[in-house]
Design a protein around this ligand. Structure first.
Ligand SMILES: Cc1ncc(COP(=O)(O)O)c(C=O)c1O
Length: 418
């Protein structure tokens, strides 16, 4: 039966198709190395123990009524402290909105600034901007990025598309690449946005920036995390940042997110969050507020968490470099942050042991799934060109001791190709 035009045109993300194939294999008892999941296994990467205690306390204390439209003051104050401490920028509590994870804030920001037909510029590969554009009937303007820049966009790449755009959507550290903006690279982009808004004048709708920073506290040794508002204070009038517990605190299922920006934007995002009832549960808000107020506890959680993620990503990265040194047609970008590694595997045009020539990236993915028994996601699933040879490896469900088996399985399958 007919649905709305927007609902009818919504296609199933290819990630779900691959997930179903992998689940079938696992259900059949096949050995499989699944590195596709952009989520955590809570037994390997639990949320902070204190946070769990505080959530339980809040339920025991019967804190189960509506949390209010903007979020609890204690949590907003905790967010303020977190942002001040780690990003060096100070947002007033009134500029902070709480929601059930960062997604309602991202959607709310699209709703706040994008009219049907408006252009939204975003780099590719990136996470979900195509879907949010579809939901808002926006015109997506995907801008390809390059491995030389770790797949982060540059001002020169974005500039040609900004003159008539309503929004620029950025993400750092980025999904799917696990890479971070360099400070100069981000500063130039911010300056471009400020210059574009000066050109537009006060009666025109400005060019806004959605800055998704859900992985920002997970940068590895020696990698600086530049925050747009710290680099370029003038951008604050147009900037909305989305963040939350999901990635930096391994709490994808806890559903506490926060966003901040200028009051007029926050008010509008807040309305969307309220209409769809996407508030974070009150007990979780109380607990997160108590946790974030204790920045020593935050550090005590983050330091070993970063090491554990980096160890896994580094082990896989080293494995790829070793395969490359042995002559296989692969490469990898050194991990910078978050839970993803960017790798290149060139399979197209190669002949399998059974004589089949891999004609397309579709064939290449099938070979990885069926022969290597390895699940990783092609960048084409994140908006990159179909022929891209780059893939995302996620370590959110990875035990370190399983990395050698992944690498051996992959190397065996790659070595069998001619
Ligand atoms: C870049 C990015 N932003 C936002 C999200 C969604 O996070 P949340 O669980 O806070 O809604 C994800 C989840 O994978 C993500 O990768």
């Amino acid at each position: 039966m007919k649905l709305s035009k927007i609902a009818g045109e919504t296609s199933q993300p290819p990630i779900l198709r691959v997930a179903a194939q992998i689940n079938e294999k696992i259900a059949r008892g096949e050995t499989f190395h699944n590195f596709t999941i952009g989520d955590f296994d809570g037994r390997i990467f639990p949320i902070p123990a204190l946070l769990t205690d505080y959530v339980v306390d809040s339920y025991r204390d019967h804190q189960t009524n509506y949390p209010g439209p903007v979020g609890l003051p204690g949590l907003r104050d905790g967010v303020r402290q977190l942002v001040r401490r780690y990003a060096g920028v100070d947002y007033d509590v009134s500029q902070i909105q709480i929601s059930s994870g960062s997604r309602p804030l991202i959607y709310g920001m699209y709703r706040a600034v994008v009219d049907p037909g408006d252009k939204v510029v975003f780099p590719v590969p990136s996470w979900m901007n195509d879907a949010y554009c579809h939901l808002c009937a926006a015109q997506p303007v995907p801008v390809p990025t390059r491995p030389q820049n770790h797949f982060m966009p540059t001002a020169a790449e974005l500039e040609p598309y900004l003159a008539d755009a309503a929004m620029l959507a950025l993400c750092s550290p980025q999904n799917p690449t696990g890479t971070v903006f360099a400070a100069d690279q981000l500063r130039e982009i911010c300056e471009l946005v400020v210059a574009e808004n000066r050109r537009r004048g006060p009666d025109e709708k400005p060019l806004y920036v959605l800055f998704d920073q859900v992985y920002w506290l997970l940068t590895f040794d020696g990698i600086e995390y530049p925050h747009p508002a710290a680099l370029c204070p003038e951008i604050q009038d147009y900037l909305f940042c989305a963040d939350g517990l999901s990635k930096s605190f391994a709490g994808t299922g806890v559903r506490v997110g926060w966003g901040y920006g200028p009051a007029h934007l926050v008010r509008s995002v807040s309305d969307t969050v309220a209409y769809i009832g996407a508030w974070a549960p009150k007990p979780e808000q109380i607990a997160t507020g108590r946790f974030l107020e204790d920045l020593d506890a935050v550090d005590a959680f983050l330091v070993p968490f970063r090491v554990a993620l980096h160890d896994r990503l580094r082990a896989i990265y080293d494995g790829f470099q070793a395969m490359k040194a042995r002559g296989l047609d692969v490469d990898a970008i050194a991990p910078q942050a978050g839970i993803y590694l960017t790798v290149r595997i060139n399979l197209v045009g190669k002949r399998t042991a059974s004589g089949q020539v891999l004609q397309s990236n579709e064939d290449a993915l099938a070979y990885l799934l069926d022969e290597a028994r390895v699940g990783i996601l092609p960048f084409s699933f994140f908006g990159a060109a179909d022929e891209s040879q780059w893939y995302r490896i996620s370590v959110g469900t990875c035990r370190l001791e399983t990395v050698p088996a992944l690498l051996q399985s992959l190397e065996k399958a790659l070595s069998a190709l001619q």
